[in-house]
Write a protein that binds this ligand. Structure first.
Ligand SMILES: [Zn+2]
Length: 78
């Protein structure tokens, strides 16, 4: 039953590499490699540190949680 996508829309998400600010344990702001995902429906953005597949999936999972339009949408990398 979970294989049905009935009632769900697939939203394409652009994911791009970016530099993210991070505050280290000394209170200094540093820049780390990361990825930024942008919802094509509403423009909501999520970010994750790292550039591997795990980071991209993290961004998509965050969009599912945070996107104001994404109650039951499925997010897919564009
Ligand atoms: Zn959205």
């Amino acid at each position: 039953m979970s294989s049905s996508h009935f009632g769900h829309r697939t939203v394409s998400v652009a994911i791009e590499a970016t530099a993210l600010e991070e505050t280290n344990r000394f209170g200094e702001t540093t820049h780390q490699a990361g990825v930024r995902a942008t919802c094509s429906e509403c423009g909501h953005e999520t970010t994750a540190f790292g550039t591997a597949g795990d980071s991209r999936r993290r961004c998509l999972a965050l969009l599912r949680d945070e996107c104001p339009m994404g109650e039951s949408n499925w997010y897919e990398e564009d």
